[in-house]
Design a protein around this ligand. Structure first.
Ligand code: CMP
Length: 140
């Protein structure tokens, strides 16, 4: 069972002023923030981060959206972090997200869905390393 996951508050939620509310939900659910920054992805870095989706029809839309404005990226720590964080954020499509999940509250569409959460311990490590150097991570 892994104890860290990686998240981004996406450009739609940053633009709408939801950083504080989303961090409140993350803290209230028992996650500890061990690394965090406000940053902006370029087309190149967004494209590389989502390279696994390169063949999907929505890839260019995803890259354009994720490089459209500032994001907050963070590494979160909690027992069973990956699964518990995916429960907290809700389904990819906000229309299917459980009530009171972050996406049910703040996402507007399947593409502009407010937050990212890693889907496995392996990807949590890969994604965290993509965004942060080891010296940026508290306790590392
Ligand atoms: P996330 O799960 O964080 O990472 C992959 C992203 O691709 C997903 O969030 C959505 O933002 C996006 N995505 C998935 N399916 C679609 C779709 N059908 N149309 C547009 N974007 C999508």
């Amino acid at each position: 069972m892994g104890n860290r996951t990686f998240t981004m508050i996406k450009p739609d939620a940053v633009k709408a002023g939801h950083i504080g509310a989303i961090l409140e939900k993350i803290n209230a659910a028992g996650f500890r923030i061990v690394a965090m920054k406000l940053t902006k992805l370029s087309q190149e870095t967004a494209g590389a981060f989502y390279a696994v989706h390169r063949e999907r029809p929505f890839y260019q839309e995803l890259v354009d959206f994720m490089s459209s404005g500032p994001i907050v990226s963070a590494i979160l720590e909690k027992e069973n972090a990956v699964a518990d964080f995916r429960t907290l954020i809700g389904a990819t499509n906000p229309a299917e997200a459980a009530p009171n999940t972050i996406r049910a509250l703040y996402a507007t569409s399947v593409g502009e869905n407010a937050v990212h959460g890693s889907d496995s311990d392996e990807n949590a490590t890969i994604e965290s390393n993509f965004h942060f150097a080891a010296c940026d991570v508290y306790g590392a």
